[in-house]
Write a protein that binds this ligand. Structure first.
Ligand code: HEC
Length: 156
């Protein structure tokens, strides 16, 4: 009886662990449209971030540095030119370049470029937060997983 219960408990535990792991991967890669059954185990082990996912992570790191610089009043880091690759980078979902994505991409880039040319801290902060809100706007339809993380970039 006890053994049976333990076996039941263990199975459940691994099932939950497995599902949590899957959910984690789906969030990372924005593939939540695909059903779990379609993903074979070896595909999960082979998970490679797309060119776009890597670019997005670079956006994140750059904006973290900008936030820090604005907060401490130090010199603002230059935006890397390769951010323009948002227009061409390969995406996890080959149909990911939707009309909504394409309308937000230039808005975001223009906002990101326009942050720097002021010395007024209040204006800097407003322009910076407007840029982060554009990240979030695009994510609201195109890739909801990272939104809680992106919100942490906002300067309060
Ligand atoms: C034009 C729409 C759009 C804008 C603007 C945008 N994103 Fe994304 N983001 C996406 C899409 C689509 C993906 C999924 C990319 C993929 O998996 O190929 C993504 C993925 C991500 C990821 C997850 C990357 C991973 O490892 O899977 C992070 C983090 C992220 N974006 C942060 C940001 C930040 C920070 C900004 C603004 C500085 C931003 N995004 C601006 C659409 C956008």
């Amino acid at each position: 009886m006890l053994l049976k219960q333990m076996a039941y408990y263990c199975n459940n535990k691994y099932l939950i662990l497995g599902l949590t792991f899957l959910a984690f991967l789906f969030n990372l890669s924005c593939k939540e449209k695909e059903s779990e059954q379609n993903v074979k185990e070896d595909e999960l082990v082979m998970y490679q971030p797309s060119e776009m996912a890597n670019l997005m992570n670079a956006f994140y790191v750059y904006n973290e540095a900008l936030k820090e610089a604005i907060n401490t009043g130090s010199e603002l880091p230059e935006m890397p030119e390769y951010f323009d690759k948002i227009h061409t980078a390969k995406m996890t979902d080959k149909d990911g370049r939707t009309p909504i994505f394409q309308s937000f991409a230039p808005l975001y880039l223009d906002a990101q470029k326009a942050i720097k040319d002021t010395l007024d801290r209040e204006i800097l902060k407003q322009r910076y937060n407007a840029t982060i809100n554009l990240c979030i706007s695009c994510h609201q339809t195109e890739c909801v997983g990272p939104i809680p993380r992106i919100k942490k970039l906002i300067i309060n």
